[in-house]
Structure formats: C-alpha cells, structure tokens
Design a protein around this ligand. Structure first.
Ligand code: KG4
Ligand code: ZN
Length: 335
C-alpha cells in the first residue's frame, strides 16, 4: 500500500510517500526551528502561518521525489491530533481538499500512533507484543502494543513530558531551543552524579512526573545561569535523572506485561544515553530494545504518519474529519 503522509501538528511541515509502512520513497520536511529560536519555544500563530506557506510545496516535492502522481497513491494519511489547533487545521484542511479532488481515501492519524509506527520504517516488521516508550516534547507514554493498530496506554506523564522538561530546563540553563539536543551535547562534558536531582518514582505506578525535577534544577541554578564546568555538571545530572526514570519504568513495564521487546519512539528517543540505558537494563531480562532506523524518524516527520495511516482499519470521511488538539489514542484508533 502506497500512502501519502502529511504532518503539521507542531513546527514541522512534512510530507512523505511510504510503501507498506516500510519503504520511504520520499520525505520532504520544512522545519520552523530557526523561526522559534528567539522565543525559546513554538509560537502557535506563527507556526500555523508558516504551515500555510510551506505545505503545498512540501507535498508537491514529496510526489516529485517519489516520481509518483495521484493515480499511484492508495491512501492519504494526515495527523488529526493532538497538537496545536492552528497547525493541525492547516494539514487536515489541505488533506481533506486533496481527498475530495482526487477521490483517494483519507485516514486521520493520532500523532503518537505516528511516532509508534516510526519503528516499522526501514526494517522487518517488529515482533509483537511490544512495549513502546513514546517520549517527545508533547508526549510521554508507555503503550502496550498487541498489533500495529491495537494498543493500550499503560503509563502517562502527570505533568510535563520528558522533551518539554528538556526544553524548559535548557531555557533555565541559558541553552538554545530545542533543549534536548543542546543538553545532550553539553551533558557529555559533565559529571552525571555531580548533583543528586530527585526522581519521581510515584510508588508502583508506571506514570511519570518531571515537574519536580524541573523545579529542583531551578533551585540549583538560582538567579543566574551557571557557566563552564558547573553548567555541564547540572546538564549531565539532569539528563541522568530523566534517563534513569524513563529507562527503569520502561523496562519495568516490559517485565509486568511480559513484553519481550521495548520500542523507543519520539524526539527524546534520539538520546544516546537513553538508548544505552534501556539496552543495559533490558539485556539482563532478555528484552530486545529498538528505536527508529534514522534520526529523522525520531522527531516529527510525515513518513511515520504515512506508516500509521496504512495500519488504520477505519478510514475517515473527507467531509467530516476534524482537527482535534486533544485527540485521544483510543478515539483515533476506534473511530
Ligand atoms: O517528537 P518531537 O519532534 O516533537 C513532539 O512531538 O513533541 O520531539 C521533540 C522533542 C523536543 O522536546 C526535544 O528537546 C527532544 O524531542 N529531543 C531530545 C533529543 N533530541 C530531541 N531530547 C533529549 N535528547 C535528545 N538527543
Ligand atoms: Zn511528535
């Protein structure tokens, strides 16, 4: 099945042509990161306006690179939520228009289902059931996966997502947006045990909480961003605290459910320390750990949306598909 994927839920205008959720024929993405650097985060109105300007060209570019016309597309998959409402509306409206004009079936995809499906790209279909840790700027979930479109959320963040914590702490430390890569780079030069930051284990729960950790960094930093060695030590210790909690809970979730494989997904799955810690803890249990085959499939991209769209058993009506900024996974999969 050949799917055109469209993703505009945050600050990436992206389109892709993907065959059988595995072979990426083309991926074209225009990132707005540079636009949002001065504010240290995404400005919703600016993001939506940028999508309006970029999306048509991005879709045309994906078709051109795949050397493909509309007659070769079996399905159009678009992120319907969650995300920024203005940004989502641009993608959904555009996809609805394309579906009407071309007569190609339309699938509304949940953004996190997209991140989960990213682990199908470029490899043999993973063995299931599996546990997925989806960690990005907007999401921090543990999802038990019985089939590629049969999932159950068993852990969520009660406050900030890990990526959001990276971004907010980076701002406290005077580092640029997005915070994850900046902290990751700096952490390599610091001592991860220099500052004993708290870990919110939340008893036996598989839920997460990162707001206490963020406040602890704020207290540690005080009034002025630290510099040099101390800055690196704080970054490394914060990084270590996040990785420790994410990896420990993810492997514990595998143990409890009997999942023999752990998938990492979302922007934070680009973190090498997170990957290594998960592998280390999982190895002792005989659990395999995998993450997207390329960095671009960790962060927001339309190839993952196309992959998820090809798994959906239920299609959407181009007349009624709505952008939903707080779409739930269960609703998206059973609608
Ligand atoms: O999946 P994504 O592109 O967008 C959302 O759906 O939110 O994830 C972006 C998030 C940002 O918060 C960014 O700081 C984080 O992923 N991130 C990282 C790394 N690379 C990106 N966090 C930790 N370590 C990294 N290497
Ligand atoms: Zn995302």
């Amino acid at each position: 099945m050949r799917v055109l994927g469209i993703e505009t839920s945050c600050d990436e205008s992206s389109a892709a042509i993907v065959d059988d959720a595995r072979h990426v024929r083309a991926l074209a993405t225009v990132s707005q990161v540079a636009l949002h650097v001065p504010t240290g985060g995404v400005v919703p109105e600016l993001a939506a306006r940028e999508h309006v300007g970029a999306l048509p060209a991005v879709v045309a570019e994906a078709l051109r690179r795949a050397d493909c016309d509309w007659s070769g597309i079996d399905r159009i998959a678009v992120t319907a939520g969650p995300g920024l409402i203005g940004s989502l509306l641009v993608g959904v409206s555009f996809a609805r228009g394309l579906a009407e004009i071309t007569g190609i079936p339309l699938a509304g995809v949940h953004h996190v289902h997209g991140h989960i499906a990213a682990n199908w790209i470029g490899r043999e279909p993973p063995r299931l059931p599996a546990m997925v840790l989806t960690v990005s700027g907007g999401h921090n979930d543990l999802v038990y996966l019985r089939g590629p479109a049969d999932l159950e959320v068993i852990g969520v963040s009660l406050d900030d997502a890990a990526g959001e914590a990276f971004d907010k702490v980076a701002r406290l430390l005077g580092l640029p947006y997005p915070g994850g890569p900046a902290i990751d780079r700096l952490a390599k030069e610091g001592d991860p045990h220099a500052v004993a930051f708290p870990r919110a284990w939340l008893g036996d729960s598989l839920d997460f909480s990162f707001s206490g950790l963020k406040s602890a960094v704020r207290r540690e930093v005080g009034d002025a961003p630290p510099e040099g060695r101390r800055l690196a030590d704080i970054a490394a210790s914060f990084n270590e605290a996040v990785v420790d909690v994410l990896a420990t809970k993810a492997v514990e979730a595998c143990r409890r459910t009997g999942a023999r494989s752990l998938h990492l997904a979302g922007g934070v799955s680009a973190s090498i320390p997170l990957r290594e810690r998960c592998r280390e803890l999982a190895a002792a249990e005989g659990i395999e750990v995998l993450w997207p085959t390329e960095f671009v499939y960790c962060t927001d991209n339309a190839a993952m949306v196309a992959a998820a769209g090809s798994f959906l058993p239920t299609l959407s009506d181009w007349r009624t598909l709505e952008a939903d900024p707080s779409l739930s996974l269960a609703h998206a999969l059973h609608a």
